[in-house]
Design a protein around this ligand. Structure first.
Ligand code: 4AD
Ligand code: MG
Length: 453
């Protein structure tokens, strides 16, 4: 829009100031972090309206767009008519200067998205979701919707939320005295999914390349800045990809997304960087312009053991076979290499049953992508394509083969090498926004003891 044209704008008042003759209103409609300056000439009528306008009020303004003489903006609106759509009582306004901490804002559901910070974060979230769909669609991947209610435990870690309509005060029992799930809604025990991968594999072994993008649920009692009980995951799954193809895709994908944020969401990224994290932009550019390190788990352990010998202190122990903690992952990424690391060849005992076993009998073709500030951002693997090995592993882990027959069938009827991974959407957003706590990159966070709204 060029200066000189008539405009109608609606939004929420950020500030109101002025002198005897004119008032300046900073208006924001949520489309950008930048406010629009509204200039109102004072007269009896407008003063009446202005007296009802305070920070937080919702107004509608018609007027003309003009070049601004003031610094800070190129254009402003000279108001002909101002209408108050919704007043905002200044005495009860919940955002007083004294407490605008992120913790506090999580308790003020209606104001949180109206702040500059959360406006920027949620716009970025939306843009990233778009970039993800665009990335896969432009490469011919099929978007596959996998179920949220499931009867299988993909990761085998047993951290699932049960879904039931049984009366908890009067649970029907079977002969053994256990809950009789045949009486439950689905006629069997069901939960919210921890991952769409197993169903995704059925898609990939038919459609070639698929991806899922949806909510996942984990009842792990991890009250950390990187865990949610309800988070979103993107899970591509590709026929005919080996572990190296899988790593190539993961690296290209994540670089594309970070670059997309820099290219398309500059105002919001810049705002977050200026306000909270001066190194954010450098960190983002660093990822785009660097080749990720690819490292065997065993080598990673050696590096960590050497670090300990040199005096570095970790809270958790390090030895071959251990599941790495985020302090270990971050040491490798931030201190040792100074760039993202893709760790492969994990011990099979700390990884899921479906991962392809290596010839050594000890390790699997797993890959975790480790990021600065975040630790693990992606987890994935090449899948075990051999029917015999897969069945043996399921038995070894004493998992129920019966419940997995539908999945094992993919290895019986035209099995193929295939791979995939899962990107935690909120972990990506933590990286891209520079926010410190995963609760602050999702509109309505769910964590242990917390399910507000
Ligand atoms: O490493 P995970 O558990 O892998 C899977 O679920 C595989 N089925 C993925 C696949 O191969 N298709 O989880 C994948 C990613 C993690 O790397 C992390 O980014 C994120 O999901 N994640 C979480 N994000 C937030 N809160 C939690 N509680 C998370 N658990 C995992
Ligand atoms: Mg993982």
């Amino acid at each position: 829009m060029k200066p000189g044209c008539d405009v109608l704008v609606k939004g929420w008042v950020r500030t109101k100031r002025g002198n005897k003759e004119i008032a300046f209103i900073a208006l924001n409609d949520g489309s950008t972090v930048k406010n629009l300056q509204i200039v109102v000439d004072k007269n009896e009528e407008s003063e009446n309206i202005l007296s009802r306008i305070s920070t937080g009020a919702c107004i509608s303004v018609s007027g003309s767009l003009v070049e601004s003489v003031g610094s800070g903006q190129a254009v402003e609106v000279h108001a002909d008519k101002v209408e108050v759509l919704g007043e905002c009582d200044p005495m009860r306004f919940p955002l007083q200067k004294k407490d605008t901490s992120f913790e506090y804002l999580r308790t003020v559901a209606h104001m949180r998205p109206r702040t500059n910070t959360f406006g920027a974060v949620f716009r970025l979230r939306s843009q990233m979701a778009f970039a993800i769909h665009e990335y896969f669609h432009s490469r011919g991947f099929v978007y596959l919707n996998t179920p949220l209610i499931t009867a299988s435990d993909c990761e085998g870690a047993g951290q699932m939320f049960q879904v039931t309509t049984l009366d908890l005060n009067n649970v029907p029992k079977n002969k053994k005295g256990q809950p009789d799930f045949s009486k439950d809604f689905f006629g069997k025990q069901t939960s919210l999914t921890v991952s769409g991968q197993l169903e995704g594999e059925l898609g990939a072994t038919a459609l070639g390349e698929i991806y899922t993008f949806g909510p996942t649920f984990r009842a792990e009692n991890s009250n950390t800045p990187r865990h949610l009980a309800e988070f979103w995951m993107i899970e591509p799954e590709m026929a005919f990809y080996d572990i190296n193809d899988n790593m190539d895709l993961a690296e290209d994908f994540i670089k594309h997304l970070v670059k997309y944020a820099l290219d398309n969401c500059w105002d919001d990224v810049k705002f977050l960087s200026d306000r909270y994290d001066p190194e954010l932009i450098e960190r983002l550019q660093g990822v785009v312009n660097t080749e990720f390190v690819r490292l065997e788990y065993s080598e990673g352990i050696s590096i960590l053991e050497k670090a300990i010998a040199d005096g570095v202190q970790f809270e958790y122990p390090v030895y071959w076979g251990v599941d790495l903690q985020s302090e270990h992952e971050r040491y490798l990424v931030e201190k040792h290499f100074g760039k993202p690391v893709i760790l492969t060849g994990y011990p099979k005992d700390i990884k899921a049953f479906y991962m392809k076993q290596n010839e050594d009998g000890k390790t699997v073709r797993a890959m975790d992508v480790l990021f600065p500030k975040i630790g693990e951002i992606i987890g994935g693997s090449e899948r075990e394509a051999s029917l015999q090995k897969l069945e043996e592993r399921i038995d070894e882990l004493q998992m129920s083969r019966k419940n997995l027959e539908w999945y094992i069938d993919t290895r019986r009827f035209g099995s193929c090498p295939h791979s995939g991974f899962g990107l935690g959407f909120e972990r990506l957003l933590l990286f891209v926004t520079g926010m410190q706590n995963i609760r602050d990159v999702i509109p309505f966070p769910r964590t242990p003891k917390n399910a507000e709204y």
